[in-house]
Design a protein around this ligand. Structure first.
Ligand code: CDM
Ligand code: ATP
Length: 269
């Protein structure tokens, strides 16, 4: 079975409080985007994991795809498979690429081997692999809270809007990013602001990681400002960085403007 795990962006990200387990409660809106990896799962004589494309730190057994398979193999009678991942979503980029791979492995194994795992149970398996992972089980725009692994439907649609995503190749670890911020509840509820005209988002929807990471990596702020100067109605860093995105009313080819970086652009669904 061949599937295409996609990235996400965060529209707003408020780090609300530090929890006793060391994680943070957050509030954000996750939105799926069309930057994808390719993941193929085929029955085989023994379990193997192989990846091509962007090099992934760690060995094959550390890969979230392998972890997802091993986790399900404890509870279900799974045959051995060969997993082949073509990695295209930048890593350490705030796009949740590894989490998407893990969630799509769960979904693909469930479908391919007719495991009949309910959505609720798939969500709870995904949560065991990472906070971002659960989002990709349902993979639709959602307001998220707690560790970023609980969801509420949002009526928001950006379908037909054009997004330009710029990854400058700075690798930011999630742990590093969280360790630099002071948690604080934001004033206005993100769900309310998202319902307001998009022109007001620029002043009201913030990513709490930006303040510290823009000081540490000034290039990130420069790219965000460029996206606004090029006509974005909203621009932000995604997740814990380092990818910046701009959302535009109309299609706009900005590959040349950011020719030194990885760029993905396309329409939102
Ligand atoms: C920044 C976001 O991408 C926003 O969507 C996520 O919060 C990160 O989620 P993730 O990459 O799936 O992170 P995990 O693999 O669960 O956790 C990695 C590390 O990030 C920190 N972490 C993560 C999520 C969270 N809500 N609070 C945290 O403090 C913890 O130090 C944790 O050990
Ligand atoms: N399939 C995979 N793809 C990418 N990284 C993986 C994968 N499996 C395990 N990892 C590990 O997870 C780490 C972070 O991966 P990922 O790309 O999801 O982070 P990210 O871009 O910071 O996303 P986010 O912070 O939004 O979750 C990598 O440094 C890598 O060691």
């Amino acid at each position: 079975m061949l599937v295409f795990p996609n990235a996400k962006i965060n529209l707003g990200l408020n780090i609300v409080e530090k929890r006793v387990d060391g994680f943070h409660n957050i509030e954000s809106c996750f939105y799926p985007v069309g930057w994808t990896d390719a993941l193929e799962i085929t029955p085989a004589g023994q379990f193997t994991f192989q990846s091509d494309g962007i090099a992934i730190p760690g060995n094959g057994n550390d890969n979230l795809c392998a972890k997802a398979y091993q986790m399900l193999a404890v509870d279900y009678d799974l045959p051995p498979v060969k997993i082949h991942l073509l990695k295209a979503i930048p890593i350490g980029a705030g796009l949740g690429g590894g989490s998407a791979d893990a969630a799509f492995t769960i979904k693909a194994l469930n479908q391919q081997f007719n495991l009949q795992i309910s959505h609720e149970k798939q969500l709870s398996y995904a949560r065991r692999l990472g906070s971002d992972c659960a989002f990709f089980i349902l993979n639709k725009p959602a307001y998220c809270f707690h560790r970023g692994d609980e969801f509420e439907d949002v009526s928001l649609s950006l379908a037909g809007k054009w997004i330009v995503m710029v990854n400058p190749g700075v690798h930011i670890s999630t742990v590093e990013a969280y360790s630099g911020v002071q948690a604080k509840r934001s004033g206005k509820d993100l769900r309310t602001v998202l319902k307001e005209p998009v022109a007001s988002w620029r002043d009201q929807i913030k990513n709490d990681f930006e303040a510290t990471l823009f000081v540490k990596y000034p290039l990130l702020e420069t790219i965000k400002n460029n996206l606004y100067n090029l006509g974005a109605f909203y621009a932000s860093m995604s997740g814990s960085g380092s990818t910046l995105y701009g959302i535009f009313d109309e299609e706009k080819n900005l590959k040349e403007n950011f020719r030194n970086y990885k760029v993905w652009q396309g329409f939102l669904d």
